[in-house]
Design a binder for this molecule. Structure first.
Ligand code: AOF
Ligand code: ZN
Length: 379
């Protein structure tokens, strides 16, 4: 099999892995393709919820045809007895001839041992095929494993004059095509985060509202030290269906996120006359989880421990600035529109003319009437 053939089949395995992205936490979404005599005879992706792993499912589909076949996997097959037996053993028992892997697994229970197990059994093993593409598909898992925090995607919609919106009114900057794309990105993320200012001003629901993807809403997180989130907000009213947490981060401390509080906004303040402790209790009674974190880094660590691999940060200006200033962003999805906001605009902390140092443009394309520029932290 030529290198080009290998890359073609690995490309298929990566594409397959993307179909369950955001649905396999705390496990990575892995793609696996079984090829016999140039023909695909088995294909699978890590099941929703994380188990079974990809390889045993693809082998089951291939059946007897797996004997002597070549198997393409986006991540090193596991070698540990976890909640399922090792995938390396399943490949050995099935009698495959060759295993092509994109990336070795940083999980300390595996890292290198899966590959060695296969080689020791006489299977030809090749690694590094479409490594960069696989690393992008597994970015959340790799970040959680190696950095102990989720992969952070900062999504911003900016007007031609560099504004995120206008104080006091909600203005749509980008069009319906961007909205659909953002909902698809939500569906691929494990969690989504906004500040209390955005929650109070825009009353967002932060769920996925696209046909067929309604059950893919991520865990919703609001930075809300004052517990000012309204009980009648869409976030709170939908808390029984899709989990939502408010996070209290104390002010002060070098890395603490400086919260200005909800005073700027005049949302329906049904709990405004209560003190902070009572507001907290009211939110908890409404089904909202309360999380306490020392600072943003600590919050990201807690989320990683809970299995959040990819976190989408959706607003607003202060939150985006805090993530940027603390160097906690891995990818920026910057949508721009032709419209101008003018006077009273809220300046975006990131614009096409002001991208953080160390980021490279990896995508630049029209989305409806708007434009997406995607930047990634250069490795
Ligand atoms: C594979 N194929 O499709 C996936 C793998 O908790 P467990 O027992 O399910 O094991 C979780 C670990 O398995 C995870 O950290 C990662 O190393 C690996 N995920 N491995 O061979 C797969 N999803
Ligand atoms: Zn496995």
């Amino acid at each position: 099999m030529s290198r080009a053939d290998d890359e073609g089949f690995m490309g298929q395995a990566i594409a397959l892995s993307l179909t369950h992205l955001g649905q396999t936490s705390t496990n990575p979404s892995v793609g696996c393709i079984v090829v016999k005599d140039g023909e695909v005879v088995g294909r699978a992706v890590t099941a929703i919820g994380g188990r079974p792993h990809a390889e045993p499912q693809a082998l089951a589909e291939a059946g007897e045809k797996a004997r002597g076949a070549t198997v393409y996997v986006t991540l090193e097959p596991c070698s540990h007895f976890g909640r399922t037996p090792p995938c390396a053993d399943a490949l050995i028992v099935a009698g495959v001839a060759r295993v092509v892997v994109a990336l070795s697994d940083p999980d300390t229970r595996v890292s290198g041992r899966g590959l060695k197990r296969l080689e020791d059994a006489g299977i030809l093993v090749e690694t590094g095929v479409l490594k960069a593409e696989a690393a992008r598909a597994l970015a959340g898992y790799l970040s959680r494993q190696t950095k102990g925090r989720p992969y952070v995607i900062l999504k911003l919609a900016v007007s031609a004059d560099g504004m995120l919106g206008r104080r006091g009114t909600e203005i749509a900057i980008t069009g319906p095509e961007v909205k659909a794309e953002v909902h698809r990105l939500r569906a691929k993320s494990d969690a989504i985060l906004v500040g209390s200012g955005t929650a109070l001003a825009d009353d967002p629901e932060l769920t996925v509202r696209l046909a067929g993807l309604e059950d893919r809403s991520p865990f919703r997180i609001v930075l809300d030290r004052d517990f000012g989130l309204s009980l009648t907000s869409k976030l709170v009213r939908s808390a029984s269906g899709v989990p939502v947490a408010v996070v209290s981060i104390p002010s002060g401390g070098a890395l603490a996120w400086q919260v200005s509080g909800p005073s700027e906004h005049t949302a329906v303040e049904d709990t405004a006359n209560l003190d902070r402790a009572a507001r907290r209790l009211a939110l908890e009674a409404a089904g909202v989880e309360v999380m306490e974190a020392l600072d943003l880094r600590d919050l990201l660590h807690q989320l990683a421990v809970r299995g959040v691999s990819t976190l989408m940060v959706e607003g607003g200006a202060q939150v985006a600035a805090a993530f940027r200033n603390l160097d906690l962003v891995d990818r920026i999805d910057l949508y721009t529109a032709d419209m101008e906001i003018g006077a009273g605009g809220i300046e975006s902390p990131v614009t096409p003319a002001d991208i953080p140092h160390g980021f490279a443009l990896v995508d630049d394309r029209p989305v409806g009437k708007d434009r997406l520029r995607q930047y990634e932290r250069a490795l």
